[in-house]
Design a protein around this ligand. Structure first.
Ligand code: F6P
Length: 365
């Protein structure tokens, strides 16, 4: 453990990658806890893009009180193309080296926290740079945390959208294929699908071929509209990361249904970025504040190279001294775990895969 941070030590904070509702609450939490600990919190605009351009701004606590109720991120975010390159990282290190920054807090997903790890230990005017991360990604695709900031809000947004879709679907006796975000993980589709009362949910993790997915959807629809069934709507949720495209799936399903089910129409709704915006839920605000609190306290006590994660399924580490629901996971471990999660090889990934198949079967009743 490095020495404790001292009064007025400077901590840079940035939000990076895909925005997630609750990022502003994390900024507010960091600013307030930083003030409590006597640290100077400085924001970086537009993530690593702003770091490379030295766009630093004071974190205004009062402004953040209000922003914390809103989605997006007041600091701005970006997916920098330059920062991940060796030249980009070298430039970032040179900028930090001539600064008197003691620590960097990165709020973002997999790529953003990988970036944080590469900057750890850069010699600044205040010694080796300490880094910490907060998990923020609506996809819930990060190792080392049971929930990432933004997931709960996104899930609620999907459920609300599906409730609306079901009204019109029921009125028309229609089938709706609803595609939701989730590049590598079907968590959002699955959890929201269960909550929204979907008839089936299609996720990448169950390893179905395109033909099997078409069959799964057709069987669901054929069952719903079988003789004697009084069903008026079929709701199918599909994660973005599933190999077969949603429009292609609709075309194939329509082709088969033309022979098997009379007189029902299908429609596609791609919720896309709608799911990433919006007012953060109370849970996301609190999650963000508590993770920020633990991260700031960890940095202040001399820890570095960690992400503050939320206790829950898949998390076996002991809670940190600052919050019984928060663990401080080494970034290296968290990134390796994330990689395994994406490849379906972590304990959590395998558990999810088993449960997803069970849910598929339960929904088929
Ligand atoms: O933040 C994660 C995510 O929302 C993924 O689900 C999605 O594939 C991706 O971001 C979209 O990113 P962009 O906003 O850059 O198109």
């Amino acid at each position: 453990m490095a020495a404790k941070l001292e009064r007025n030590d400077k901590v840079l904070v940035l939000t990076s990658g895909g925005d997630a509702p609750g990022m502003n609450s994390a900024l507010r939490g960091a600013a307030r806890v930083g003030a409590e600990l006597g640290l100077e919190l400085v924001g970086v605009e537009d993530g690593y893009v702003g770091l490379l351009a030295e766009r630093f701004v004071p974190l205004d606590m009062r402004h953040l009180d209000d922003a914390s109720r809103r989605g997006g991120t007041v600091l701005g975010t970006a997916r920098s193309r330059i920062f991940p390159t060796p030249e980009g990282q070298q430039k970032a290190k040179e900028i930090l080296a001539k600064s008197n920054v003691s620590a960097l807090l990165v709020i973002g997903g997999n790529g953003s926290l990988t970036g944080a790890k590469t900057l750890e230990g850069t010699e600044t005017g205040k010694g080796p740079l300490r880094v910490a991360g907060l998990p923020a990604s609506i996809d819930n695709d990060l190792g080392g945390t049971s929930m990432a900031i933004g997931v709960d809000t996104a899930m609620n947004t999907i459920v609300e959208a599906c409730d609306r879709i079901c009204d019109t679907a029921t009125a028309h006796r229609r089938i709706f294929l609803v595609e939701v975000m989730g590049r590598d993980c079907g968590y959002l589709a699955m959890t929201a699908g269960i909550a929204a009362g979907a008839d089936t949910v299609i996720v990448r993790e169950t390893d179905r071929s395109d033909a099997e997915v078409v069959d799964q959807v057709c069987r669901t629809i054929e069952r719903a509209y079988a003789e004697g069934e009084k069903r008026r709507r079929v709701l199918i949720l599909k994660a973005e990361g599933v190999h077969i495209g949603t429009n292609e799936l609709k075309a194939k399903v329509d082709e088969r249904l033309a022979r098997t089910v009379a007189d029902v129409d299908s429609r596609v709704t791609v919720l896309g970025h709608v799911v990433r915006g919006g007012t953060p839920s109370a849970f996301d605000r609190l999650l963000a504040a508590r993770l920020a609190n633990a991260a700031l306290r960890g940095l202040a006590d001399g820890a570095s190279g960690f992400m503050a994660g939320w206790v829950g399924p898949g998390i076996t580490r002991e809670a940190c001294p600052y919050d019984p629901y928060v663990v401080l996971v080494p970034l290296e471990e968290m990134l390796a775990e994330t990689d395994k999660l994406h490849r379906g090889e972590s304990a959590l990934a395998m558990w999810r895969k088993r449960v997803y198949r069970e849910v598929e079967s339960i929904l088929e009743r």
